[in-house]
Design a protein around this ligand. Sequence first.
Ligand code: 3AT
Ligand code: MG
Length: 337
Amino acid sequence: RNFKRQIECRSDIDRLNASFLAIYESLIPAEEEKAKQKQLLTLLEKLVGKEWPEARLYLYGSCANSFGVLKSDIDVCLAIEVADNKKSEVLLKLADILQSDNLQNVQALTRARVPIVKLMDPVTGISCDICINNLLAVVNTKLLRDYAQIDVRLRQLAFIVKHWAKSRGVNETYQGTLSSYAYVLMCIHFLQQRRPAILPCLQGMERTYAVTVDNVECAYFDRVEKLGDFGCHNRESIAQLVWAFFNYWAYCHDYANDVISVRTGSIISKRSKDWTRRIGNDRHLICIEDPFEIRHDLGRVVDKYSIKVLREEFERAAEIMQYDPNPCATLLEPYIP
Ligand code: 3AT
Ligand code: MG
């Protein structure tokens, strides 16, 4: 399979690149939206500070990892010293405080897998989820943001892949498909593996940033501005990378044996992680190692039905990139059941 053979002439590739770039640009959140998010965070800091002066709020997820598209909600982590069995009390108290300040749709979901308070701010129109002490998410948010600064093609590819996943209905962890976080890790891994590499492996370099969170040591090279133009020896364009990304997941990934690992910048074996059989609900049908919680497979939500859905979508995308005369539009066509 060769992308260049299918796309006959230079002007076709240029046109396809321009289409992908236009989609990417159209998804970038406006500065105004960022300002509103800040405004809401400031309000929350004020309210939380009155009750718990020692507590801190951190943004995490797509509002802070640079992979947020426009109209995203914000994810906030409340860092507070509290015993695990008292978290529900804090969430309920927090919900009370927020409600009395006219925030809307305030709900404490204390029994969820990750307990949160949800709310909507009528002034900015932004919705927000607040969790407690999920500091690993704050650290993995920083890792993603740091990777995004190295080469703009990561952000371009991840925006297209996330947009594709949402359109095709394969970004629903409760239905056994993958989280946005998992898709971004797939993009980072993919760009680490290109030859020449477009991204380095930050966790394999000198440790300029190190924190220990929940007994997990998180350390990597975070002075990314020092890397200069790391990916410049690779001149692949976004259209080529989108084609190669789907081609990889459709036809080249060894689902039976391989784990993708951003931490090592390589593929590692399922055997080395003891991920070869089903344990409880973890089936390991597609394996994506979390960069910090390395026992955690982000593909664990995938079951024997949804793996089929996912792989068929990868194949559909790869076929479209190979043969469709107008791949951009067809690729992102919404899935209608
Ligand atoms: P959306 O734009 O909201 O789709 P997102 O980047 O906010 O994308 P998620 O909503 O999937 O991504 O997750 C929010 C953050 O929570 C992202 C990451 O910092 C953290 N996170 C999500 N899933 C996991 C996980 N399984 N393990 C560790 N951290 C996770
Ligand atoms: Mg989110």
